[in-house]
Design a protein around this ligand. Structure first.
Ligand code: 3HC
Length: 311
């Protein structure tokens, strides 16, 4: 089969190979990828807001420099992912438009407020930790540009996760007030972090097909379990408690048993009714309108440069 028939597509998927932008692919595969990659890109961009909230108030110059670098990395991930989505024949300005009109989603997790400095550490540890568990398998996703983008993104996410862990490690060994602040942040972010993996497998609309196409390599529940097992051990080193009295090792399963997050809450947040949805979208809208002059200047400059090249 050649790259312009669907037999080729099926053969590549069966053989664990990569589909590339010019290969023929089922329309539903293209649409699924656009949906997932765009949602992922939007999450990176909106995800800059909760932590950006603390850049001007970081407790030291070193913490400020680290946080600035991390938030800039998220912007880079977003741009990288929009570029990956564009290989599927969409324009990023349409994707921005769909985010602003609410037709495309972004991760539920970024609709929770960052009320203390410890929240920044917990986002690094738990939110970026969950993002890594979800994204490492995406490095093996069947669509080449997405898989390749994920390799660099995961390396940077690992740095983000470690800086969060280290920041919390310091707080957990600080004054009683700092320790209490770290514990309070863990208590508030644990369940929303578990919910990041999406609805349970029984309610996941896309998992089965996405796994058949090898876009997703593991189901939502499999990844959630992997995250729990990994995080319990890290919490012991931090000497912080995960807020789940039922968290117990199950020798038969070889995994920790744990309390599920509130999926009704997840659905409310996804539908736009989380604590910060309106604020996040309002900030995004004003960033677009206040940044129009920059975009226009950059476009005018690009036109001038290409005219100069022609002469
Ligand atoms: N937040 C918002 N929407 C969610 C969600 C969440 N946590 N979990 C699921 N959904 C949505 C899905 O998009 C889908 O809605 P749609 O049909 O309208 O698009 C619906 O709920 C049903 O869920 P499914 O399980 O059927 O959806 P998927 O198969 O797409 O699985 C996913 C959901 C696991 C999030 C998958 O899309 C995925 O792996 N995406 C890529 C990774 C990603 O987007 N991560 C977001 C966080 S990025 C991040 O954390 C940045 C870091 O720097 C902090």
């Amino acid at each position: 089969p050649s790259s312009d028939d669907l037999e080729y597509f099926d053969a590549v998927i069966a053989d664990d190979g990569k589909i590339e932008p010019r290969d023929v692919m089922p329309e539903a595969y293209r649409k699924t990828l656009i949906r997932q990659i765009a949602q992922h890109a939007h999450s990176e961009i909106i995800g800059m807001q909760p932590e950006g909230n603390w850049i001007s108030r970081a407790p030291s110059l070193a913490r400020k420099a680290i946080l600035l670098a991390k938030v800039q990395d998220e912007a880079g991930h977003g741009l990288y992912l929009y570029a990956a989505a564009e290989t599927l024949g969409v324009d990023r300005s349409d994707l921005y438009e769909q985010l602003l009109s609410g037709r495309q989603k972004y991760s539920s997790i970024f609709n929770y407020p960052t009320v203390t400095w410890a929240d920044v550490g917990v986002i690094g540890w738990l939110v970026d930790g969950a993002a890594i568990v979800n994204q490492v398998p995406l490095c093996r996703c069947s669509y080449g540009p997405y898989a390749r983008a994920m390799i660099r993104v995961c390396k940077e996410e690992s740095f983000h996760q470690r800086q969060g862990f280290q920041s919390l490690y310091v707080l957990a060994r600080g004054t009683p007030k700092q320790r209490a602040m770290a514990q309070d942040a863990v208590n508030r972010w644990w369940y929303p972090s578990l919910a990041m993996f999406g609805p349970p497998d029984s309610d996941s609309t896309h998992s089965e097909q996405s796994m058949e196409w090898k876009i997703k390599r593991y189901s939502n529940d499999e990844l959630r379990q992997k995250f729990v097992d990994m995080t319990v051990e890290q919490a012991k080193i931090l000497d912080l408690e995960l807020p789940d009295a039922d968290l117990t090792w199950n020798a038969e399963r070889g995994h920790y048993d744990y309390t599920q997050p509130d999926y009704d809450e997840l659905m409310r947040v996804i539908k736009g009714n989380g604590p910060c949805n309106r604020q996040r979208m309002a900030s995004r809208r004003s960033a677009v309108s206040e940044g129009t002059w920059v975009t226009e200047a950059a476009k005018a400059y690009a036109v001038k440069q290409s005219e100069r090249m022609e002469t």
